[in-house]
Structures are given as C-alpha cells and as structure tokens.
Design a protein around this ligand. Structure first.
Ligand SMILES: [Zn+2]
Length: 434
C-alpha cells in the first residue's frame, strides 16, 4: 500500500480577469473567456490558464459564466466604526469628536466588540475583500476580538491597537507604557497567527493624538518585530496645523513621523492630501506607501489627493475604504470614488487601472505584492467569483460594470488561500463536471 496521496488540487472553471504581473501602477490586465484556475493543497495557485478539455484530471467546480478575479484588498479600514457609517457630523476633527470617539469608547465592552467584529468580517467577505489592513480601538480586549473574528472568518488581515495618549477623551486614552505593553502582548498572541494570515501592525491614530514618547516607543517595537506601521497624514489643513502646534520640533507633518522613527519601508500613510513636494520626496526616499481613501475624502470634505504626485516619485499607492468615513465596505465604491477624485483634478483613470489599484497595486503597497494581488502560478489563491449580467460579453464591459455598477455584479464566492470564506447562493447553482 502506498502512502495516502496529498489532497488533490482543486480546480475552478470560469472567465478570468487579473492584473498582469508587475503592472502595479499600470492598467494592464489579462482576460480569459474560459479559464481553469488550479489550486494546490497548500493553497497556492498551480495554474491559471485557458481551459483545455482533458488537460486537468480531477473534479472541477464550474463557475461559468462568473468571472474569477483576485480578492479585493482594503488597505485602510476602522473596525470600531462599522456601525457609524454615514455619520455626517462635520469635517475630520469635528466628526472624530462627535461621531467616532463616543462609538469607539463602547469597545471597552468585550461583548460589544465581539458582536461588531463578527459584523465587520462578514461585511468584508461579502464585499469580496479578502485582505484588510485594520485600525482597532485603543482597547486590547477589542483588538483580541477583532483578530479572533478574522481568524474564524478565514480572512487575511493586518491589524493594530490604535495608539492615543493625548488629545482624546479619557475613555480612549492609554498612557505610553500601558499601550506599549498591550501592543507587545498582542504581537505575541497574534503576529503570524492563522498560519501567517494575520499580522500585527503598529497603529498610532495620528500624530495629534500621540505624544513623541509614545511614537518613539512604538517605532522601536515596530523595528524589533519588523511590523507594518499604519497611521494618517495630511488629511485636512486644520489637522496639519494642529499637529505642528503639538509637535513644534518637526519641520512639517511627515517630519514628525520621520524623526520618531515611524517613517519606514513598511509604513502605510493614509490620505496624504496636503503634502508638500518636500514631504513627497521624503516619503519616496523612505520607501513608505500611501493609502488613497477617496470616498472618505469626499464624505468629510477633506480634499483631493493628487495621485500624480505619488506616481511621479514611484511612491506605492494602495486603496482604502476608510470605513466609517468611507461609506461602503465594497472596494468598488472606493474605485469609483478614485475615478471621481482624479476627474476633479483633470485626470481620467481607466477602469482597468482602478481594478489594478485595488488588487495588485494595494498588495504592493502593503508589502504582499509577491504573495497576493493577481491570479498566477505560485501566488496564494485569494480570489473571488463575480456574476455579471449575461449580456456583458467582453473585458471592457466587464470592467466598466465591475467598477461603476457593482449592484449588477454579485460577489458570490470568496476564497483565501484556497479556502472558502464567503458563499452567496445565486439563482442557478453551479454544477460540477468530471
Ligand atoms: Zn482612517
């Protein structure tokens, strides 16, 4: 008797749409009208190729006419704001005070945090988001609940305890030593958990809510464990001015993060609307990335981020929903808002460029560009199946509907590392073919 063979690869047949490798800042995609996606027992893609009868021996899940594509990646989302989407209570600083801080204080209750964490992961998966980079609250218990929910949902997630030791309500304020001790414990419990699907990120809310000492201690912890750093920068002029009043030793906003050691090659800075040329140059030099959150920027009236400033310096740009200032977990809403944002500045982005931005481009920005972001052999099988109206026949029409008419394109399956994380039954069930 021979040893039991490893679990046979799983194969999926459908149309296929993926960014071309190494097109992270571009708009080049590969479209196959009839393709086979083969996933190995290790969760990696063995092959993504045109379907050929008889070429694959084994069961095939036939998902035609759905389109297989990489799962979306949300590089900036706030878990404790899940329930306050649409709170139009003012511009950034007023909105934080009136809508965000009171809600985030509720996450001191583990039961409440667990409830919302379940909603959060379900909404991500249902939107076709297979990877998320997340701000938790400043509470360790809520952050445990978030990681636990991500683990149970099978999603890929990078998340961090939101650091705040000043300029915030007492209920959210955690002094430096306590916060760093909590973060250190969370690194031990969660960094690399779920077979490496989960990572801990150093997460100062923004420089205004953090003392210099807290940011310096957080930077050391990031360095010790090579952690991703995420924060906000230059979202509104008022925030920028308040930040420099708070940290007068810095020459500009980017310099605050730079001097405390947070401006690393693994730093992910959300917004970046009101940066000067010097700040952009420094970002590029430090190889930090920016997260474009256009839907949030429209909602809070924060301004228009100039993608051209990033592209001119080869700064990597990811896309973020920024829920709850962003109005939807669906990254297609963010793609559509990114189009509007560019249009306001006289630039017209192609739907293919927006699709690439939300997949391979964002994977690159968060340092996972060799692992996920496109469907090609060797990458981990994070993918979704999207059902479009029957009359849409070609690549251009599919992209137009994907980006601008998401209500016509249902995400009915999502997989992370080859394992199902979302299933929505549609009218006609898929059938198996031998
Ligand atoms: Zn944010």
């Amino acid at each position: 008797m021979s040893a039991r063979p490893p679990e046979s690869p799983r194969a999926y047949r459908g149309r296929l749409l993926t960014p071309l490798a190494a097109s992270s800042n571009g708009d080049r995609v590969r479209y196959l009208d009839d393709a086979l996606l083969v996933v190995g027992s290790d969760g990696r893609i063995v092959e993504a190729a045109p379907f050929a009868p008889g070429a694959f021996r084994g069961p095939v899940l036939d998902l035609r006419p759905s389109v297989l594509m990489p799962g979306f990646i949300d590089a900036h989302v706030h878990f404790p704001q899940t329930r306050i989407i649409g709170s139009a209570s003012g511009s950034l600083l007023d909105w934080l005070e009136r809508s965000v801080f009171p809600e985030e204080a509720r996450f001191r209750d583990d039961g409440y945090a667990a409830l919302v964490a379940g909603e959060f992961t379900a909404r991500l998966a249902a939107s076709g988001t297979t990877t998320c980079v997340v701000f938790s609250s400043s509470c360790a218990g809520a952050t445990d609940q978030l990681f636990d929910a991500l683990l149970r949902a099978g999603l890929r997630g990078i998340a961090g305890l939101t650091l705040m030791d000043q300029n915030c309500p007492e209920a959210l304020c955690v002094p430096r030593d306590d916060a760093i001790a909590m973060a250190r414990d969370l690194v031990q419990r969660w960094h690399g958990a779920g077979g490496g699907l989960l990572e801990f990120a150093i997460t100062p809310r923004f420089a205004l809510s953090c003392s210099r000492g807290l940011m310096e201690a957080a930077a050391l912890l990031a360095h010790d464990h090579d952690l991703l750093v995420q924060t906000h920068v230059a979202e509104t002029p008022a925030e920028g001015e308040a930040t420099l009043r708070e940290h007068p030793w810095a020459r500009d906003y980017i310099d605050v993060y730079d001097r405390v050691g947070l401006l690393t090659g693994r730093a992910l800075l959300a917004h970046g609307i009101h940066l000067t040329p010097r700040e952009w140059d420094r970002l590029a030099e430090a190889r930090s990335s920016v997260v474009h959150c256009p839907d949030s920027n429209f909602f809070l009236g924060s301004g228009r981020m100039r993608l051209a400033d990033a592209r001119a310096r080869a700064v990597s740009v990811g896309l973020g929903s920024d829920v709850g200032a962003g109005r939807s977990f669906d990254m297609r809403r963010s793609m559509s808002s990114a189009f509007d944002n560019a249009l306001c500045l006289g630039d017209r982005l192609l739907p293919s460029a927006l699709f690439v931005m939300a997949t391979q481009g964002t994977a690159d920005a968060i340092g996972l560009g060799l692992v996920i972001g496109s469907l090609e052999a060797g990458k981990e099988a994070d993918f979704i199946a999207v059902r479009f109206p029957e009359h849409l026949l070609g690549e251009a029409e599919l992209l137009n509907h994907l980006v601008f008419a998401p209500e016509t394109a249902a995400v009915h399956r999502a997989f992370v590392r080859g394992r199902p994380v979302h299933l929505r039954r549609l009218g006609a069930p898929p059938h198996h073919s031998p």
